[in-house]
Ligand binder design. Structure first.
Ligand SMILES: *Cc1c(COP(=O)(O)O)cnc(C)c1O
Length: 403
């Protein structure tokens, strides 16, 4: 009797004894939150991606919202977001009261391009959006240089949603490459540290920037908009005693901010995971390269996502595009067939402009590139703990499904 093969989810975390020990040590420490490990993790993360500053928060959604708050987005403002993304990219702007203009995407890659961004701007000629949030879908970067050039001309800031792309490199013009998160061609980059992403802190997020003012604003917003720094107090009559010393209990709320603080426990896990990030990235690249080779001959029924020229991406998701009509099987049926063979799959994503909340707000829009991508997308298993045999099983099952 053969033993059943383990179920392969489309993605999952990679936790070892070192991670467990790091978390246990943090739990025995003096600070469970707002302690020194948060700053240590931020410094290490900023150094890894090559940015001057990093602000850690308790989710990728918080990381995006902090970026929008740092730019001062508010009611009356507009931002451009590609429709193929997770909800949080658009919602971050809505939390600030800003309105979202959905851009279409390239049907073959699911990514926003300079052309789809230009088309979105032309569709709403009365608006002057203040920011664009390109998404490095699956870990493949958008053409950052082209989008930044257009954003510059249109007076928009660029917030990269890099939640899928930690550890990758993108072309940055003049034959150079920049690390994702270095903000070489953007104001801000946002990451998620959810377990399914490239590294994890349980829940968590990071926003990186090279702009000290944006960095300080994000620190303020993360913690209720309050400061304990006497040098920043503005209400002198209640902050200082007659001798000019700051009152020892005093703090000042200068903006309206949520509590997006991350714990020292999470950051201890983050520091431990960060040390293994290069090996996670390396393993993801090897598995993706294997899929690239082993699935290439299934075209045109199953096609692969084209990468941005000159990039060296670190994929979070491995997506294949399947012509379900041609293989004579619906996506739901295909997912059930694969599941019965121990292979987990998922669909990333229903275009956000089709979500009932956004249809209510903006009406029914037509974004054919987003619809075409969504119709065919299927995410197959990709995570560092997968073995070659696991990946080969996925390839065999896809060959059987498609041929
Ligand atoms: C995961 C993800 C987010 C949100 O991150 P959370 O940590 O789940 O809040 C935002 N954008 C994209 C593209 C994501 O994949």
């Amino acid at each position: 009797m053969s033993t059943a093969s383990p179920f392969l989810p489309y993605g999952k975390q990679c936790i070892d004894d070192e991670d467990v020990a790091a978390v246990a040590a943090a739990l025995r420490g003096d600070y469970l939150t707002t302690g020194p490990t948060v700053g240590q993790f931020e410094r290490a993360f900023a150094d890894y991606v090559g940015a001057r500053f990093a602000v850690a928060s308790n989710s990728g959604t918080a990381a995006l919202h902090l970026a929008c708050m740092a730019l001062g987005l508010g009611p009356g403002d507009h931002v451009v977001v590609p429709s193929v993304t997770f909800l949080a990219t658009a919602n971050a702007a809505r939390f600030c009261g800003a309105e979202v203009i959905f851009a279409d995407v390239d049907p073959h890659s699911g990514r926003m391009t300079a052309a789809t961004l230009e088309e979105a701007l032309a569709r709403q000629p009365g608006f002057r959006p203040r920011a664009v949030l390109p998404v490095h879908l699956n870990g493949h970067c958008v053409d950052v240089a082209a989008i930044q050039a257009l954003a510059d001309r249109s007076g928009m800031a660029v917030i990269e949603d890099a939640c899928h792309a930690l550890g990758g490199l993108h072309a940055a013009g003049n034959d150079t490459r920049a690390s994702v998160g270095a903000c070489a061609l953007s104001q801000l980059s946002c990451f998620s540290l959810h377990p399914v992403k490239t590294m994890t802190t349980g829940e968590g997020g990071v926003t990186t920037t090279n702009d000290e003012q944006l960095y300080r604003r994000m620190q303020l917003f993360r913690n209720h908009g309050m400061t304990r720094d006497a040098g920043e107090f503005t209400a002198a009559e209640q902050a200082f005693d007659t001798a000019g010393a700051a009152l020892p209990w005093y703090y000042e709320m200068q903006e309206l901010g949520p509590n997006y603080r991350i714990t020292d426990i999470a950051c201890a896990l983050g520091l431990s995971q960060l040390r293994k990030l290069p090996s996670f990235v390396d393993r993801r690249r090897k598995l993706a390269a294997y899929y690239d080779r082993a699935l290439a001959d299934l075209a045109p029924r199953l096609t692969l996502i084209p990468r941005q020229p000159d990039d060296d991406p670190a994929l979070h998701l491995y997506v294949v595009l399947v012509d379900f009509a041609a293989i004579g099987c619906s996506r739901s049926e295909a997912m059930a067939i694969l599941k019965a063979r121990g292979i987990g799959t998922q669909v990333h994503y229903l275009p956000v402009h089709r979500q009932p909340y956004y249809v209510r707000r903006y009406g029914t829009e037509s974004l054919p590139g987003a619809d075409a991508y969504y119709e065919r997308a299927l995410s197959i298993p990709l995570y560092p703990d997968m073995t070659e045999a696991d990946a080969a099983r996925v390839v065999t099952a896809l060959h059987d499904l498609v041929s």
